[in-house]
Write a protein of this length. Sequence first.
Length: 189
Amino acid sequence: MPDVITYSAVISAHEKAGDARGASYWFKHLLANGPLFITSNQPDGVVPDVITYNAVISAHEKAGDGQASALLDSAIERGVLWFSLGFDPEHNLLDLHEPAVVIHPPTADRPRGISSDLAKVIFRRLADLGTINRQTTFVVGRHGTDRLKEAIAQCMRVRGWTPVHPRDADGTENEGCWVAKPDAPDRSS
């Protein structure tokens, strides 16, 4: 019987091939039929996880068909992503590491960043809601391939914000974060 790994692999293959429709087909197949595939390892049946959602959201983000936002909602409703999506209102900070965004992140030696496509969808959602703004600090990390870091910098530029690394009290740049340069105009309205 197919499990969540099988479904995720098929959806990911469609995403990598640029086939959002195929990724969506198999994602809907999982939602419709996955709970029927009950095994001793998965007594509630096969349900989508963060890897499944990453693949299908990425496919639709790359296709630009507007469906990524609805899939983000689905991931929140199904308990895959935190409702906050990594945003800390007390500190006006958006942390894009898996533990801040994903309810049950994959096991890793150190926190990893979320996928760049998921980060773009989250950024747009929170910016459109007015949750994040040019005073928000974006925590993107200093490890990996820098795709996440560049995706958030690109999102900031689209809003008319010039991304810069904040400096600590000693004047050292924190390359794991972005903030908007204070004197740039805001085109987000």
